[in-house]
Design a protein around this ligand. Structure first.
Ligand SMILES: Nc1ncnc2c1ncn2[C@@H]1O[C@H](COP(=O)(O)OP(=O)(O)OP(=O)(O)O)[C@@H](O)[C@H]1O
Length: 598
């Protein structure tokens, strides 16, 4: 028989949930776009909607004259609409209009993004070049967060990448964002200059120091035979001396070796382009066992044929994803995971597809998910819960910094790596709008993990994640989620207006934190004003060294790792119809992480 706790953890909103119908479903939104097989054709209402959405978005910003400068979009039939959109997008980028950029980047029809993010404008630049050169951080973030497969190392006519331009023009935060997203620190432009050359020559000391801390190849010489240090003035030169003093000097490779390896690297980059066009496939992985099950498919333990390395492979059934109009959410998961590298967020290594399934190959976390640990152990000590809480708080902080709301925080979506550190997994289908889709209710997580504003449909922002962090903390230290009732209606009612019961045995600080995070009014909730910063300063976290947390220096209990079973999952079960079928192909899905291409 199912235990009390199992019930709590597995209590999903059933299809016939009495929650009121949403204002506008995803179905409505997406079917307004009529996509013909080759050319994109819009009807007048789409153009008006698009125009309206721009007006809406700019009304909040400061760019009040933006709309006059956006090219007027003509009506169907018109083969040029996608390029009109792209032109409009370039205008928004030049206007530094984050909202307008985000709005346009979010437009998809049948899995096709409307904006071609890697389009090179007549003056030989992509949008990311412009934003990186001009220092438009939010626009860069919009591109990284919402665009479909932006090429981070895209070249302009001078063979410069966006990182070259941000470094040359002194935009540290953009350079950091690009580096985190996989920008190549050692790429060379037409004149043989690396980003370090350009920052050094322009005298941007802070950028030079930061680049040096990332360990670039400082021996690369440009076309006139100078290293980055040699193009620096005296002040910048002292930064190199400091760096070299701190770095243990090993007998380094000769310069010609460096150049040889640079040439090899450039060839490898070509290979990346080649491979990312689709050379990773189901034939590369062997299924070992099932790790878990989600709403759209299963998660399997797999091994990569050539390296023998283990991964967790998440399988999404296209049929289900397409039927519920969720392609763009699946793409969001793939996109978010493809560029985020964070100690407490599961990394994506590969993505590929067969004709009926989508596959995400993630780092394997062998310690199991927190839901299973809670089932076995009932609850954790405050000290242990605090470690997980600190780590997940940093993961959420990173997502919020990128304007991503996780929304689906629950013990099932937190997995432990072999050292016992907690990582967020499952970015799919928990994005904006999904909860409003009546067809999507069944996968919206356990009812106990719904914030009051989600139930009331008042609209929700980042504060929703802080409420759910409170629910998680409560469950970790008390053993059941707050307001629990085995009756679904009562549970919903309790979340909205029940009295919060906290056992006296908890520390005063823990009780305070729970109350502050479970504040029903999102505006008064801890984190509402200064997001993660505010939570980190709560008395419960007094004495926590957040840099140590980030460096994974806290010591959670080491999980008992089960040996890899000696089993095989048949490829029929894993891959379904492996034949490639262009009609069901989802563009922009295939992915290979940069650090995995050799
Ligand atoms: N990287 C991983 N390593 C080990 N196990 C994992 C990993 N990712 C997921 N799992 C296991 O698979 C289960 C389901 O994963 P996940 O939540 O991503 O699926 P899902 O289809 O998105 O679920 P849902 O949308 O219903 O929440 C997790 O609860 C966990 O047990």
């Amino acid at each position: 028989m199912e235990s009390y706790l199992q019930k709590v953890l597995r209590y999903k909103v059933p299809q016939e949930s009495p929650l009121p119908a949403c204002k506008k479903s995803l179905d409505e939104e997406e079917t307004k776009y009529s996509l013909k097989t080759e050319s994109i054709t819009f009807n007048e209402s789409v153009i008006n909607d698009f125009h309206d959405s721009l007006t809406d978005s700019i009304s909040e910003g400061t760019e009040s004259n933006f709309i006059q400068k956006v090219p007027v979009l003509s009506c169907a039939p018109n083969r040029h609409n996608r390029s009109d959109m792209t032109q409009a997008f370039f205008t928004a980028v030049k206007q530094n209009s984050y909202e307008a950029c985000k709005t346009m980047l979010e437009k998809f029809t049948n899995g096709e993004p409307l904006i071609d993010i890697n389009y090179i404008l007549a003056d030989n630049e992509a949008a990311l070049h412009i934003a990186a050169r001009e220092g438009f951080l939010k626009v860069c973030e919009a591109i990284m967060d919402y665009a479909d497969s932006p090429q981070i190392n895209i070249r302009n006519e001078n063979m410069q990448t966006p990182l070259h331009l941000s470094c040359e023009n002194g935009h540290l935060k953009i350079a950091q964002l690009l580096a985190r997203s996989g920008a190549d620190l050692n790429s060379i432009d037409k004149n043989g200059n690396t980003p370090l050359h350009l920052a050094s020559r322009a005298g941007h000391g802070i950028i030079v120091s930061w680049l040096l801390s990332r360990g670039p190849n400082i021996l690369i010489k440009n076309n006139i035979g100078k290293t980055a240090e040699e193009v620096s003035d005296e002040i910048i030169s002292t930064l190199y001396h400091k760096y070299l003093k701190r770095t243990i000097t090993l007998p380094g490779p000769s310069i010609s070796e460096c150049l040889k390896s640079e040439a090899k690297r450039v060839r490898i980059n070509d290979l990346v382009e080649e491979k990312s066009k689709g050379q990773i496939s189901y034939e590369d992985f062997i299924g070992i066992s099932q790790l878990g099950k989600g709403s759209f498919g299963e998660v399997y333990l797999v091994s990569k044929q050539d390296s023998g390395l283990l991964y967790a492979m998440k399988v999404l059934r296209k049929e289900k994803v397409i039927a519920q109009n969720l392609i763009r959410y699946a793409l969001t998961e793939r996109n978010v995971l493809s560029y985020i590298r964070h100690p407490f967020i599961v990394s994506l290594n590969f993505a590929f597809q067969t004709s009926d399934k989508l596959f995400l190959v993630l780092d394997y976390c062998p310690g199991g998910d927190l839901a299973s640990h809670l089932l076995l152990e009932k609850k954790f000590t405050e000290q242990r819960a605090k470690i997980y809480l600190c780590e997940i708080l940093l993961a959420l902080e990173e997502l919020h910094r990128r304007d991503i709301i996780f929304r689906d925080l629950k013990p099932d979506n937190i997995v432990l790596d072999k050292e016992g550190h907690a990582l967020l997994t499952d970015f799919g289908l928990s994005k904006e709008g999904v909860y409003d889709n009546s067809a999507a209710k069944s996968f919206c997580g356990s009812v106990a993990y719904l914030a009051p504003e989600m139930i009331n449909r008042n609209g929700h922002g980042k504060a929703v994640d802080w409420y759910l962090l409170g629910v998680l903390f409560y469950e970790m230290v008390i053993g059941v989620p707050p307001y629990f009732s085995s009756n679904k209606d009562e549970l919903i009612n309790n979340i909205q207006r029940g009295k919060l019961k906290i056992p006296a045995s908890l520390s005063v600080e823990a009780k305070e934190l729970i109350k502050d995070l479970l504040q029903r009014d999102p505006c008064r909730r801890l984190g509402a004003m200064k997001d993660a910063q505010e939570i980190k300063q709560h008395v419960f976290f007094k004495g926590v060294n957040w840099d140590m947390v980030y460096r994974r220096e806290l010591k959670p209990p080491i999980p008992i790792i089960q040996p890899v079973p000696n089993t095989r999952i048949s490829s029929d079960r894993l891959y379904g119809d492996a034949m490639s079928n262009e009609s069901t192909r989802i563009k922009g899905w295939t992915f290979i992480a940069d650090d995995l291409i050799i």
